[in-house]
Design a protein around this ligand. Sequence first.
Ligand code: FE
Ligand code: FE
Ligand code: ZN
Length: 295
Amino acid sequence: MLLLGCHVGFKKDTQLLGSLKEALSYHANTFMFYTGAPQNTSRYPIQDGLTLEALTLMKQEKFDYSKVVVHAPYIINLANDKDPDKYKFSVSFLQEELERCELLGIRYLVLHPGSHVGLGVDTAISNIAKGLNMILGTHPVTILLETMAGKGTEVGTTLEELKRIMDLVDDKEHLGVCLDTCHLNDSGYDMSKFDSFLDQFDKIIGIEKIGCVHVNDSKNPLGTHKDRHENIGFGTIGFDTLVSIIYNKRLENVPKILETPYVDRTYPPYKYEIEMIRNKKFDPNLIDKIKEQVL
Ligand code: FE
Ligand code: FE
Ligand code: ZN
């Protein structure tokens, strides 16, 4: 069954119940959320009552919770250990994030490998593995390393780099990969040749390691190392390529998550993008319609 969803909020007062209701309002059958604001690490305690209410609603709606994912905040950086306090903070925050995932019954946590900020890729790779080795295996949660666009000094922009990190991690069972189509495009992988990309992925890492796909169009051409997401069908990757990735049989049981931008920074596009993807027919006027709220 196609698992198609999007990034949703996680608010202090409604938590998982609010996230689920938001996903349902978009007709999504899976979702991803941050346990607080993506750009900071202030977090509220998880309220078990709200989690239970959400689980009850999922049962009623026959919602498959097993592949819902959490995304760790961007400011965690395991790649650079120049400042030992900052590095320690990243590791301990990630540990707490795994605890929150466990409390919420979440099995997958998406993580940006990090940026080396001058230390070089080799040192960064060993730092990332060192950090992961300190925390993996302590919780029944799998960390999915996201493929990065190569903006600034990001690590994990090639399959080879991800493989090198994975090779150094002891608990391989709890480590996988999250593909991001915008990031892959921006880092130089041609998404219009997705099957040969998957062959390459399978050879280097193993296709069974793909735990999630972030489906985004890109504002920039192939290989530009930018990382600016675009709405589905309105960017350089294009609707047909993205739809063929979403429906690719080899990734059938992998959740597909939209992280496309809000229209005018105000209107979430997800309900309409999900509908358009399910119809497999591009609507060139979609953004204008969302803007004018005439849908
Ligand atoms: Fe991400
Ligand atoms: Fe992403
Ligand atoms: Zn991105």
